[in-house]
Design a protein around this ligand. Structure first.
Ligand SMILES: [Zn+2]
Length: 312
């Protein structure tokens, strides 16, 4: 091998090495770039995913906040209803005060139905709904005889119905036993009140009754009336008789008689009207009674403890 060819062989080697270096670095560089681009794409993809997740979290957060708000609304609904009812009663109390002091010419009639629930009570409730009138039901523990198929349970469902339809449940004693020992002593009367209170509470999941009507009226209690009233007061009970009626608790011989009894008894600025929801005349005439009251300027409301008509 000549000097020249050795030299060119050396060049060739250097050239080959250079080529190898350039080739390798280009390959590495290419791969490096490729990896960088891949990584960049990955980063973009990931940050987009993160943004999406962030957005989703924010949406869920606002959903949760909305649900929290809903939950607290439903948790407070009992309280809200109680407050609305109390405010409504406060307004009627102010109206009563203005009527009684002569500041207002408006008139109020409190429709009250005694001795139920009865087989007839649904009819009464439906008529009241139709005329959008709220009333008061003085309840007793009905003996099975008076229920739809002589079973207490069928009347007991009505307690929740009274509340659902916006009426006041009041206490007319558990036994209504005027001739069966109710007025034997103060305690026998109070026991019958408490027993009815417990029944109402049980059947309505806690409704509190605080208005009593003496079966037969307060005069039926005779000399026990004063001690009974004192005991009722101690127990935060109010009581009420009535100022008007159609006479359906006694003997009625015709619709006309019931209507004339009713009209003759309606003359005050505030009336508490006694009805019995077992009475066919009353149920039949109820729409006419309501129209008569409306035409004579009476507004109809359910009774409440603070009313001026409730003795305390
Ligand atoms: Zn009665």
């Amino acid at each position: 091998m000549g000097k020249r060819s050795r030299k060119s062989k050396g060049f060739f080697l250097i050239y080959l090495i250079l080529l190898l270096i350039i080739g390798t670095s280009t390959w590495f560089g290419y791969n490096y770039n490729k990896e960088t681009i891949n990584n960049k794409n990955e980063v973009i993809k990931l940050s987009k995913e993160i943004q999406d997740i962030d957005k989703e979290i924010k949406e869920k957060d606002s959903d949760i906040k909305k649900l929290d708000k809903d939950i607290s609304y439903y948790q407070n609904i009992d309280q809200t209803l109680k407050e609305t009812k109390n405010n409504f009663y406060k307004e009627i109390k102010i109206l009563e005060d203005n009527i009684l002091s002569g500041k207002s010419n408006r008139k109020i009639a409190y429709l009250t139905f005694d001795d139920g629930p009865y087989y007839n009570t649904y009819k009464v409730l439906d008529i009241l709904d139709k005329y959008n009138v709220k009333a008061t039901f003085f309840t007793t523990n009905t003996n099975g005889e008076n229920c739809f198929d002589k079973k207490e349970e069928n009347c007991w469902v009505l307690y929740k119905e009274y509340i659902k339809r916006g009426h006041t449940i009041a206490n007319h004693t558990y036994t209504h036993g005027i001739r069966r020992g109710l007025y034997k002593s103060k305690d026998s009367f109070i026991d019958a009140v408490i027993k009815q209170e417990e029944l109402v509470k049980k059947l309505t999941d806690g409704y509190v009754t605080n208005i009593v009507r003496f079966p037969g009226g307060s005069s039926t209690a005779g000399k026990l009336k004063t001690p009974i009233i004192e005991e009722l007061r101690k127990r935060n009970y109010g009581w009420v008789d009535w100022t008007a009626q159609d006479g359906d608790g006694g003997k009625l011989s015709s619709k006309e008689q019931a209507m004339s009894n009713f009209k003759n008894s309606i003359n005050g600025k505030i009336e508490v009207i006694l009805f019995h929801d077992y009475n066919g005349y009353t149920t039949t005439l109820l729409p006419e009674f309501i129209n008569y009251l409306k035409n004579n300027g009476y507004e109809m409301y359910p009774l409440f403890y603070e009313s001026n008509m409730i003795n305390k």
